[in-house]
Design a protein around this ligand. Structure first.
Ligand code: UTP
Length: 290
């Protein structure tokens, strides 16, 4: 079955990036010249997704505006002959069918995903965490969708992380199938005790889920941080039906914390045609003073 639907939860409060996120959603924070969520929508489209549901809440209207047409701006740029600038915004409203729903109460990622039940219906679908930007030649979502085609089970996008980081993310119980593909039979969100850590492999921002996840989410109790955790629902899926974990090829940036935002801007800036040369020179000079 072809997977064509993606859900992007973007209703979090972004407290780790305050005050920037007081009135600006973290999903709209830029990496050089594009908001984080645009990279995510472009990855979805490059992976064959045609319909996207963005979960928002109060104050996230700028996300809707970003993917809408701006007739006045386009006309002004056209009249001024600023065609290069025009090209950067012209196709944004054609990228995909983008739908929106509000989460109303910020009760956690699992709760946000449960809002997507009607949109998803009976199809498998992709979840793309709104603050995890993955950049590279191979779209991570495409790799996950391909693995769903091969193994027919829910798929997790994973990478190994440091022992320090695993406490803030999830930890997966896995066994290798091939070099970058694993069978996942259990997982835990934010393990605080060493004995609770299954492995240093963690879910980093992407998964393919079967529609059965919605019934599981409905009975999932609040977990780490008092939030309804998607990981807790996926753990039930992993323990009963099993899931597949894929170490995706591209690089992931965490736009939910300050250092991640800076790293993304520096690395993408070093490759961007408008900034690469100037930024490289600047960093070389700056490094001499560090
Ligand atoms: P995070 O837990 O990283 O987002 O969720 P957060 O709650 O905004 O983070 P902090 O700790 O306050 O800084 C990962 C993704 O899930 C979305 C977020 O918008 C983010 O894209 N999310 C989280 C929701 O949509 N709803 C929620 O209730 C929680």
């Amino acid at each position: 079955m072809k997977i064509t639907k993606a859900v992007i939860p973007a209703a979090g409060l972004g407290t780790r990036v305050l005050p920037a996120t007081k009135s600006m959603p973290k999903e709209m924070l830029p990496i050089v010249d594009k908001p984080a969520i645009q990279y995510i929508v472009e990855e979805a489209v490059a992976s064959g997704i045609t319909d996207i549901l963005i979960i928002t809440n109060r104050g996230k209207g700028v996300i809707e505006d970003h993917f809408d047409i701006s007739v006045t701006l386009e006309e002004t740029l056209r009249r001024a002959g600023k065609l290069e600038q025009l090209a950067t915004i012209e196709n944004l409203h054609h990228l995909a069918n983008i739908h929106y729903i509000r989460q109303i109460e910020t009760k956690g990622l699992g709760h946000a995903v449960s809002r997507a039940r009607t949109f998803v219906g009976n199809d498998p679908f992709v979840v793309m965490y709104g603050d995890d930007v993955i950049i590279g030649d191979i779209p991570a979502t495409k790799e996950l969708i391909d693995a769903y085609g091969t193994f027919g089970k829910g798929v997790l996008g994973v990478k190994p992380v440091s022992e320090e980081a695993i406490k803030k993310y999830s930890s997966l119980k896995i066994e290798p199938i091939s070099e970058k593909v694993f069978k996942c039979t259990d997982m835990i969100e934010k393990p605080q005790k060493k004995e609770d850590i299954f492995s240093l492999y963690s879910i980093l921002g992407r998964c393919v889920l079967p529609p059965e996840i919605f019934d599981i989410l409905d009975r999932t109790k609040p977990g780490a941080g008092g939030e309804i955790q998607l990981t807790d629902a996926m753990a039930e899926l992993a323990r009963t039906e099993g899931m597949t974990a894929v170490e995706f090829s591209s690089k992931r940036y965490d736009m939910g914390n300050k250092l991640g935002i800076l790293q993304a801007n520096i690395e993408v800036g070093l490759k961007h045609k408008d900034t690469a040369e100037g930024l490289r020179e600047y960093i070389k000079e700056l490094a001499k003073t560090l």
